[in-house]
Design a protein around this ligand. Structure first.
Ligand SMILES: CCC/C=C/C(=O)SCCNC(=O)CCNC(=O)[C@H](O)C(C)(C)COP(=O)([O-])OP(=O)([O-])OC[C@H]1O[C@@H](n2cnc3c(N)ncnc32)[C@H](O)[C@@H]1OP(=O)([O-])[O-]
Length: 263
C-alpha cells in the first residue's frame, strides 16, 4: 500500500504547471500576509495556496485561499498537489499544517461547478486531481496536521481526514463530515476507507449512510477530529502539536503510522 501511495503520488505534474497563474474566478479577497522572520520563507508560487516555510522548525504552513469557500476546483487541486510535492522534496520540511485563510470556512469540498455540464475528459482530469490530492496528503512522509478553522463538508472533510491529526475551532456553528449522501452522491470507497480508519466501522456506517454533518463538539465525540480549541488558538495549537510530533526520534512517528507502513 505504501509503495502504491508513494508511486501514485509521484506521477508527473509538469503538464499542469501551466495552470499556475490562473486567477480565482471570484478574486478580490484580502488575505493577511504575515511578515516573515529571517528563518521563515515564503515557498509559495501559487495564487490559491500560500506556503510559509520556517527553516528553524522544519514546519510549513499551507494556507488555502480560494474564495469564497475554498472549493476544490481543478486549478486549486493542481496547485495544492504541486505545493505539497515541493514540500515533500524539500529535505528541510518535516511537518505541514493545513489551514484556511477564509473566515468561517476550511473548505466546502469539491467544486460543484467542475462536475456540472463538463466533458468526460474534463471530468476525468478533475477526478484524477482529486485522487492525487488525497494520495499526496494521505501518503505523505511528512507529519500533517489539519488546523480546521471553519466548516468542512464533503471533500473538505476528506482533506482533513487525510492528515495525521485534526484540530478544530470549537465554534458550534462550524460543521464537518462526509455529507455526500445528502447530495445524492455515494462517497467513493477511498473516502469511506479514510473515514473508517479514523472513526471506526459503526460510526462511519452511520455517518456515510445518513450523510451526517457534525458540529465541532459532535465531531470531537465521534473522533472525527482530535482536539477542539478556541478559534484564535487553532493555528498556535497546531504549531505546538507539530513540535511534539516532530520531537519523536527519527522517522518513528511516520513509521508507526499504519497507513504508511503497512506494506
Ligand atoms: C463525487 C464524490 C464526492 C463528492 C464530494 C464533494 O466534496 S461534493 C461538494 C459538497 N460540498 C457541499 O456540500 C458544501 C456546500 N456548501 C455549503 O454548505 C456552504 O456553502 C458552506 C457551509 C461551505 C459556506 O456557507 P456560507 O453561508 O458561508 O456561503 P454560501 O453558502 O453563501 O456560499 C458562498 C458561495 O460559494 C458557493 N459554493 C459553496 N459551496 C461550493 C462548492 N462546493 N463548490 C462551488 N461553489 C460553492 C455558493 O454557491 C456561493 O456562490 P455565490 O452564490 O456567492 O456565487
Amino acid at each position: 500500500m505504501a509503495t502504491l501511495l508513494k508511486h501514485s503520488a509521484k506521477y508527473a505534474l509538469s503538464g499542469r504547471l501551466a495552470r499556475l497563474g490562473v486567477h480565482s474566478r471570484h478574486g478580490g479577497l484580502q488575505c493577511l500576509q504575515p511578515r516573515l522572520l529571517p528563518h521563515q520563507r515564503s515557498a509559495s508560487t501559487s495564487s490559491k495556496i500560500l506556503v510559509e516555510m520556517d527553516d528553524s522548525t522544519g514546519i510549513a504552513v499551507l494556507t488555502m485561499k480560494n474564495p469564497p469557500v475554498n472549493s476544490l476546483s481543478l486549478d486549486f487541486l493542481t496547485e495544492f498537489s504541486i505545493s505539497l510535492e515541493k514540500l515533500e522534496l524539500d529535505r528541510g520540511c518535516r511537518g505541514v499544517i493545513l489551514t484556511s485563510a477564509l473566515p468561517k470556512i476550511f473548505s466546502a469540498g469539491l467544486d460543484i461547478m467542475e462536475m456540472y455540464g463538463k466533458s468526460p475528459e474534463h471530468c476525468g482530469e478533475f477526478w484524477k486531481a482529486v485522487q492525487e490530492m488525497w494520495l499526496r496528503l494521505y501518503g505523505s512522509s511528512m507529519i500533517t496536521i489539519a488546523a480546521i478553522n471553519g466548516s468542512s463538508p464533503a471533500g473538505g472533510c476528506l482533506m482533513a481526514l487525510a492528515c495525521d491529526y485534526r484540530i478544530m475551532a470549537e465554534n458550534p456553528k462550524y460543521s464537518i463530515g462526509l455529507n455526500e449522501t445528502q447530495l445524492g452522491i455515494v462517497a467513493p470507497f477511498w473516502f469511506k476507507d479514510t473515514l473508517v480508519n479514523t472513526v471506526g466501522n459503526r460510526a462511519a456506517e452511520l455517518s456515510l449512510q445518513l450523510g451526517l454533518l457534525y458540529s465541532a463538539p459532535d465531531a470531537l465525540r465521534t473522533g472525527l477530529v482530535d482536539l477542539l480549541v478556541p478559534e484564535d488558538k487553532v493555528l498556535s495549537t497546531a504549531s505546538q502539536t507539530m513540535t511534539q510530533w516532530l520531537a519523536i526520534p527519527g522517522e518513528n512517528a511516520i513509521g508507526s503510522n499504519p497507513r504508511v507502513s503497512s506494506s
